[in-house]
Design a binder for this molecule. Structure first.
Ligand SMILES: N[C@@H](CCC(=O)N[C@@H](CS)C(=O)NCC(=O)O)C(=O)O
Length: 202
């Protein structure tokens, strides 16, 4: 049975909602945000190193990223509901919006929220947020690349193509300094002829 690690007032509501729509059995483990910082408790980090909700567990699978978790749950549904059939125009429309929510819309909205807090309280949550998130994310990336040569394991995949673009931005900002696994990964990736061809177009 799927276990949902649910943080109050968070994206894990998406996961619970989907499971309810599908009437799939699940169990909930509750976590409460810190009243003042609004951050998740450290106990969530024992389940997944990013210390964020949602996280699900199902047998050997432990996953974060709400969009990916939604896909995982839909894959378990024998009746194949709530996702257009792969390969149809509707599927690609679905896929675009599924990624849009976190890939494009989330960044300006979260930045806007932090700026509003800054204007309202005179605090500087944006600085703190960026420093914390960058450390967390790049520690996770670094340890993933210590365990496997590519993001999805032993084999190169489209996930590597998605990640490389962001890692290059991080490198240009000095964020990768001392991240030896990530730097070595980038060097390896840059040897790929398809990558070099893609870069040759500017
Ligand atoms: N892109 C991730 C974002 C995860 C995320 O930021 N979750 C928030 C809750 S909505 C969280 O756990 N915040 C608490 C914290 O950062 O300590 C996803 O879609 O799952």
């Amino acid at each position: 049975m799927i276990t949902v690690h649910h943080l109050n007032a968070s994206r894990s509501t998406r996961v619970i909602w989907l499971l309810e729509e599908l009437q799939m059995p699940y169990q909930l483990v509750h976590y409460q945000r810190d009243e003042s910082t609004r951050l998740a408790p450290a106990s969530l980090g024992k389940i997944h190193p990013l210390n964020k909700a949602p996280v699900i567990e199902d047998g050997d699978v432990v996953m974060c990223e709400s969009g990916a978790v939604m896909e995982y749950i839909l894959d378990q549904d024998a009746e194949k509901r709530l996702r257009p059939d792969a390969g149809t125009p509707g599927y690609y429309r679905y896929l675009e919006w599924l990624h849009f929510a976190e890939g494009s819309l989330s960044l300006p909205l979260i930045a806007n929220l932090l700026l509003q807090m800054e204007q309202r309280d005179g605090t500087q949550p944006l600085d703190g947020y960026l420093a914390k998130e960058l450390t967390l994310d790049f520690s996770y990336i670094e340890s993933t690349l210590a365990d496997s040569p590519f993001f999805a394991g032993d084999t190169f995949s489209a996930a590597d193509i998605m990640m490389t673009f962001m890692l290059e931005i991080a490198q240009s900002q000095g964020v990768l300094e001392g991240r030896t696994n990530t730097l070595a990964y980038l060097e390896r990736i840059h040897q790929r002829s398809a990558y070099q061809k893609a870069r040759s177009f500017g």
